[in-house]
Ligand binder design. Structure first.
Ligand code: SF4
Length: 378
């Protein structure tokens, strides 16, 4: 998420609005933050807020009682249609970028698991974000290609998750949804039935499996019984013909069992739409536990190759996420995707001379320092 620090005037509580660089119809002004407007100053007040790069204009807006933020920063990364939140203390956060394919609805920080490599800090005391998220959805561009609903664990918010999905279905009818969930809640047949009855036309549920048995999986997700709930959840989702993607993060506790996991998926869940083996994002718990999770990038190659080929030979749709091409054997390149969200994505200086950079995932910003020494420009 892009954020910036500015100074505000006449903003008493946080506000969320859509950016516009030119005048909008009257019925949209209340939810529009107009950027450096070329309008009579008397018209500024009719907008939700005004974003200004000129200090003199900002001082005038303050005197006129106009809600405004002044940013003494390059705003060229902001686009017409972006959605931002402005806090009274001057913090501006971009919640949605119209040019990005990696926008998310952050459903909650709460979670019922405690994964050893979770990049996202869990906050089980957080209040509801649903009304805020519904507001963000209502401001998103109708032509948005895809949105991920993520957390925390989105099913923790119960039926509010259904409200989010229904809002997307109604307001963003051509937008595909990726719901990232540990799928434990879907072990409840009635919940899965209700979820399926929402009939979103283009939703895929992305879930995680970290072992082919409860001992391995439950240890990694830090919760007894999680494996059985997730497996039952995936099977229930399949019963109602939902599309399911299974993701496995590769680290010290999983890399030697990748083929076993692949076999388990093939034998028990042949209906899944996609399987992704993923490189580690070194944030949050993964950063804290890095010493125990770390495996040399070269050490995972054989196991990853075996698992990917096992699935591919059985016509399962398999990909590799978040691993640069130069860390993979050439036989796996065709499975590697440019999967890292643009706002988390970096390349090392040495990548600039690499002939395959245009097809490479690069690295998470958080892993740049650690992995740079392993990169070998091609
Ligand atoms: S050197 Fe950089 S661009 Fe080239 S394959 Fe490696 S990570 Fe990708």
């Amino acid at each position: 998420m892009i954020s910036s620090q500015g100074i505000t005037a006449n903003i008493e509580s946080s506000l969320i609005g859509r950016l516009s660089f030119s005048a909008v119809p009257s019925n949209q002004k209340a939810k529009t933050i107009i950027v450096n407007p070329i309008l009579r100053k008397s018209e500024w007040k009719s907008y939700q807020s005004v974003l200004l790069s000129n200090r003199g204009d900002f001082d005038k807006s303050r005197d006129m009682g106009v809600s405004a933020i002044y940013l003494d920063a390059d705003i060229s990364a902001l686009s017409e249609g972006d959605i931002v939140e402005i806090q009274p203390d001057g913090r501006l956060s971009v919640l949605y970028q119209i040019t990005s394919r990696h926008n998310v609805i952050f459903a909650t920080s709460k979670c019922n698991s405690n994964c050893i490599m979770c990049p996202q800090p869990v906050d089980n005391s957080e209040g509801s974000l649903t009304d805020r998220n519904l507001e963000i959805i209502s401001l998103m561009d109708k032509c948005t290609d895809e949105i991920a609903i993520t957390g925390g664990e989105p099913t923790i918010i119960g039926k509010d998750l259904f409200r989010l999905i229904l809002a997307c279905k109604k307001l963003l009818p051509s937008t595909s949804l990726l719901l990232l969930s540990n799928a434990r809640k879907f072990s409840d047949f009635e919940y899965t039935h209700f979820f399926s009855s929402l009939q979103h036309p283009n939703l895929i549920l992305g879930t995680s499996l970290y072992g082919d048995n409860d001992t391995e999986h439950d240890r990694i997700v830090g919760s007894d019984g999680a494996f059985h709930e997730t497996v039952k959840g995936i099977l229930n989702l399949g019963t109602f013909r939902n599309r399911v993607e299974i993701r496995t993060v590769i680290h010290k506790y999983t890399y030697q069992r990748l083929t076993r996991i692949a076999e388990f998926i093939y034998r028990n869940m042949t209906f899944v739409s996609h399987i992704a083996f993923m490189g580690l994002e070194i944030m949050g718990a993964a950063k804290q536990n890095l010493e125990s999770l770390w495996v040399e990038p070269t050490d995972i190659r054989t196991d990853l190759e075996n698992a990917v080929h096992y699935l591919n030979q059985r016509d399962m749709n398999v990909s590799i996420y978040n691993i640069p091409l130069c860390l993979l054997p050439h036989t796996l390149w065709k499975y590697a995707r440019q999967s890292i969200s643009d706002w988390k994505n970096s390349f090392a200086l040495s990548c600039h001379s690499c002939s395959v950079k245009g097809n490479c995932s690069g690295l998470f910003n958080s892993g740049l320092e650690l992995y740079s020494a392993y990169l070998k420009p091609i």
